[in-house]
Design a binder for this molecule. Structure first.
Ligand code: NAP
Length: 269
């Protein structure tokens, strides 16, 4: 049993999948936990198991993060508990539909959970952690942020948002003592597939990672100081070159005049 604590980690979507593995690994690393999700029974079972295995203190916060008043309760906890030193912004849903076929209510729920709740909690953590000059914010994005063509427009769009949010937060939080990380899992064996009517077994086995291996790699990336961690990517140099190419666009993205190729001959007077 661990006797010291690193503070508390607040983990959204901790009842199953990637969030539940983060809960396990962070408790073993010496964090007390605040675990958030809708399914109280699953949260209670996880808390009982982790308390028995690690001796850490575990608080349950049952909340539907698509519901404004529930989200407010989680925001209040994050803002008011000075022992919270780590946020894992993990709760997310996938909907298996093209934009044109997507029910607007389902789009709203996905945007509310994958974007609005993530942003509110990141904002509150950024403020609280900056004031204490200490803390870590982990945002769970997806490799689909980089490969929207193989997903659907809304889900990929929400995950591209999470990646951009994190990259901009890194700049905004420089010199505050607050660390940020975006994690971009590939296909990971969790309930999200069944929940959205998908079948992970339809993918080639060599494309699918177990949630435990994914989270362990993401935490190793955090320990190595990565801002963006792609657990499956064999050569970190590929990401470095991608970022360098993006950076090279920088000086030319905003200029006084349009590029020559867009200049048409002026019509004769
Ligand atoms: N699995 C993959 O292949 C994969 C790949 C890339 C990225 N990701 C991302 O990884 C994150 C975790 O997903 P997962 O794969 O672990 O899926 P999962 O097993 O379905 O877990 C999702 C978690 O979010 C919670 N949740 C869902 N709706 C919620 C709501 N309205 N309010 C509060 N909590 C809610 C769920 O708990 P309750 O139902 O109890 O609320 C559950 O704990 C997501 O952001 C997902 O987009 C997953």
């Amino acid at each position: 049993m661990a006797s010291t604590t690193k503070g508390k980690a607040l983990i959204t979507g901790a009842s199953t999948g990637i969030g539940a593995v983060y809960a396990d690994r962070l408790a073993r690393r010496g964090y007390d936990l605040v675990i958030v999700a809708r399914n109280d029974k699953q949260l209670q079972e996880l808390a009982n198991r982790l308390k028995a295995n690690t001796g850490r203190s575990i608080e349950l916060l049952q909340a539907d993060l698509t519901n404004a008043s529930d989200l407010k309760r989680v925001e209040s906890k994050l803002a008011s508990d000075p022992e919270i030193t780590l946020l894992v912004n993990n709760a997310g849903i996938y909907a298996n539909a093209k934009l044109a076929d997507h029910e607007l209510k389902s789009i709203d729920d996905m945007v509310q959970l994958n974007i609005v709740a993530v942003t509110h909690l990141a904002s509150i953590a950024a403020k609280a952690f900056s004031a204490r000059r200490k803390g870590t914010i982990i945002n769970i994005a997806s490799v689909l942020a980089l490969a929207p063509e193989i997903s659907n427009a809304t889900y990929a769009g929400t995950k591209a948002y999470v990646l951009a949010l994190t990259q901009a937060m890194k700049v905004e939080l420089a010199d505050t003592g607050v660390r940020v990380q975006a994690v971009l899992p590939g296909a990971t064996r969790t309930e999200i597939w069944e929940r959205s009517g998908g079948d992970i077994n339809a993918l080639p086995a060599e494309m699918v990672m177990d949630a435990g291996e994914m989270v362990d790699a993401a935490l190793a990336g955090l320990d190595q100081g990565e801002v963006v961690t792609i657990p499956a990517l064999p050569d970190a140099g590929d990401w470095k070159r991608f970022e360098e190419a993006r950076g090279a666009l920088g000086p030319n993205l905003s200029r006084q005049h349009a590029a020559t190729r867009f200049k048409q001959a002026r019509p004769a007077a």
